[in-house]
Design a protein around this ligand. Structure first.
Ligand code: SF4
Ligand code: SF4
Length: 356
């Protein structure tokens, strides 16, 4: 395993530091030192110096990170554990030592078009003949539901296409093996399909994140304008195309780290919620948000993912949350599994649908 000079510098800077351990959703859920950024850096620094093999246990540890970027945001010195963790995943792929669960997900993607190995979802409609594409994403097609999102776009008079065979955006491959040639090929294929459209509305923050960030970084040209579903709906409400009646709901936003940190979008969700009701913030919001679940990790560490969601419910409860609102398919699925009695969970579009 060879690390770049940049990653080596970040690994060596993190390995003796413990300053961000309190913000890690995985470490907070498991209580294990091995889940902190510093412990991961320590293991990888030994691999980098040739002191130990890149063993199965160290590779597993590299997959126990959600890449949520909480540590990076908290780091006053600007070091980046997400970068070296992704590079370590790429290294495991290049060395041929990926865990079996990763290989299974990659095979599923090749065979079924999604890492979950799910068959085509009969509840997803197919719409054609529009220059606007509503991109639902792998997580939603395999595990989620976009019924209310489709309903509110129609209500606003938006014409849009939904593909029968939507390609993977590359988010899952980027998560699993980072900047590999295979990941780039998946992204290029997606960009090619999207080139028939003028505008792409990205339902899931995960897909918006790679289209707006990784595609640019890797020089993959997207001819279509990409907009997040949250930003698009906020604009529909602002322009009057979507008329909502403000009600008496008290709504607490759960910021997706993908939106809040990776593409720095936090305001549109609040604009939507304040048009529909009263916004009640919880601690650790906007760019300091805490991840509430990741469906890819749920494939190989489901108990930890439930604990991560339970911890976020605990934060919500402390803020006297009545209704927690998320725009992320993954976070919705994990939060709904662990929802405490007396609290409500809504997808962002469900809030809007209630106010039409
Ligand atoms: S990211 Fe920053 S705060 Fe966290 S372990 Fe590394 S150097 Fe310390
Ligand atoms: S990226 Fe997130 S999950 Fe990974 S070490 Fe940092 S805070 Fe923890």
């Amino acid at each position: 395993m060879q690390f770049s000079q940049k990653s080596t510098e970040h690994i060596n800077s993190c390995r003796f530091c413990w300053m961000c351990h309190h913000v890690c959703p995985i470490g907070n859920a498991t209580g294990l030192e091995r889940n902190t950024a510093r412990a991961r850096a320590l293991g990888l620094s030994m691999v980098e110096r040739g002191a130990v093999e890149y063993s199965d246990d160290i590779v597993s540890n590299v997959y126990e990170c959600s890449l949520c970027g909480g540590c990076m945001t908290d780091c006053v010195t600007g070091w980046d554990p997400v970068m070296f963790t992704k590079e370590a995943r790429l290294g495991a792929a290049l060395d041929g030592i990926l865990p079996d669960y990763v290989l299974t997900m990659i095979n599923n993607l090749q065979e079924k078009g999604n890492i979950y190995g799910a068959d085509k979802n009969p509840n997803i409609p197919v719409f054609e003949n529009s220059d606007t594409l509503f991109f639902l994403g792998e997580d939603t097609r395999a595990k989620g539901c976009a019924k209310y999102a489709i309903e509110i776009l129609k209500k606003a008079g938006i014409e849009f296409a939904i593909l029968e065979n939507e390609p993977s955006s590359g988010y899952s491959m980027d998560f699993l093996i980072g900047a590999a040639a295979e990941t780039k090929a998946v992204m290029e294929n997606c960009a090619n399909v999207l080139s028939s459209y003028k505008r792409v509305i990205c339902y899931d923050p995960a897909d918006a994140k790679v289209m707006l960030r990784e595609y640019k970084e890797w020089g993959i040209v997207l001819k279509a304008e990409v907009v997040t579903f949250t930003a698009f709906v906020a604009e529909l409400i602002k322009s009057g195309a979507l008329k909502v009646k403000k009600g008496d709901m008290v709504l607490t936003p759960q910021d997706s780290p993908l939106l809040a940190r990776d593409i720095e979008e936090t305001q549109p969700m609040r604009d939507i919620l304040s048009a529909c009701g009263e916004v009640n913030e919880m601690l650790l919001n906007r760019e300091y948000t805490v991840l509430a679940g990741n469906l890819i990790m749920n494939e190989y560490m489901p108990q930890v993912m439930e604990m991560v969601a339970e911890k976020r419910w605990f934060n919500a409860k402390n803020a006297d949350t009545k209704i927690l609102v998320t725009a992320s398919t993954a976070e919705y699925e994990l939060l709904s599994k662990t929802k405490p009695e007396g609290m409500e969970l809504l997808k962002l579009e469900e809030v809007v649908a209630k106010c039409l």
